[in-house]
Design a protein around this ligand. Structure first.
Ligand SMILES: O=C(O)CCC(=O)C(=O)O
Ligand SMILES: [Fe+2]
Length: 300
């Protein structure tokens, strides 16, 4: 079968896409090996990273609210997360307007001792997390564009890492996270796009609208897999990633959260108990530069 990714369609196990994302459970207790793999590959897939029951508790709480809002198909079991056959809004992977779904059960997963303890160890000292959760309930047709997180949150420590947590069983046709292997090492991209900032430069935040282009020009490959409750992917701040397009009739529910050493500078947009978030990027009046214009300006 072909998987949709932006304007492209790829067969799995092709030059462009693999569903065999490498697991790092074999080195889970070897902190140096984990750091080396994150530096080499740009990501770490860890199965059973979270307590699967806690993840499913949060899924249940979020879906109960979505059912109450009329977002789910009443004829399907709630926990399947099937989208209402007559959806009232456009499907999106955007994190905006999701505040009411950020339950205590969700926060227990992403800020609990199991998660924070892992990041203390990985980052080599006390870690802290931003008090904002990039929660996504991505319906049919929704997808995230190709970006590196540094352009949205690069004003503080560059030891910052992302943790992508699926809240449920997510198959590749449901539009999961897809990372471009070793793209965090593409110097030309890091020195140009990687120094940009969506709020200062009023860019789209995306590096490309064409997933095939990256593979053809820079030599990476898009990597994803089937995710289970409890899994997590840790992603380097310079790694290019996005999501496949959700081709199913179910919500793809996931949340990305950020962790960094507690003593290092914090991006001012995301600092404190009530982060002010993006100043310009999310303002409706802001005109954002097209990806093509940004690329021409960066000369890459
Ligand atoms: O889940 C998505 O659609 C995008 C995730 C992402 O960009 C991230 O985890 O940083
Ligand atoms: Fe991201």
């Amino acid at each position: 079968m072909k998987y949709r990714f932006g304007k492209c369609e790829f067969e799995a196990e092709s030059k462009y896409l693999t569903l065999q994302m490498r697991e790092s459970n074999d080195i889970i207790n070897d902190t140096d090996a984990l750091r080396k793999r994150l530096a080499d590959d740009g990501f770490l897939l860890i199965r059973d990273f979270h307590d699967a029951d806690e993840v499913l508790d949060a899924r249940r709480d979020m879906l109960a609210m979505m059912a109450h809002e009329g977002k789910l198909d009443p004829a399907a079991p709630m926990m399947d997360g099937v989208v209402h056959p007559d959806p009232k809004e456009l499907a999106t992977s955007s994190v905006r307007g999701r505040e009411h779904l950020k339950t205590d059960s969700l926060k227990r997963v992403v800020y609990g001792p199991r998660t924070m303890g892992f990041f203390d160890r990985l980052l080599g000292g006390e870690s802290m997390s931003y008090n904002f959760q990039w929660l996504r309930t991505a319906g049919p047709g929704a997808a995230s564009g190709i970006h590196a997180d540094v352009v949205y949150m690069g004003r503080g420590s560059h030891k910052l890492v992302t943790c992508w947590t699926p809240f449920g069983h997510i198959t590749p046709d449901m539009g999961p996270l897809v990372v471009c292997e070793r793209s965090h090492q593409w110097e030309q991209v890091i020195q140009t796009y990687g120094r940009s900032d969506v709020d200062r430069d009023r860019t789209q935040g995306l590096f490309s609208n064409d997933p095939a282009e990256l593979v053809d020009r820079f030599g990476g490959r898009w990597v994803t897999t089937t995710f289970e409750p409890g899994d997590a992917v840790i992603v380097s701040i310079f790694n290019l990633h996005g999501s496949l397009t959700n081709m199913s009739n179910k919500y793809r529910i996931s949340c990305d959260t950020r962790y960094q050493p507690a003593g290092e500078p914090i991006d001012d947009r995301w600092a404190g108990a009530m982060p002010r978030t993006h100043d310009a990027f999310w303002a409706p009046e802001t005109k954002l530069e097209t990806v093509e214009s940004s690329r021409a300006r960066w000369g890459v």
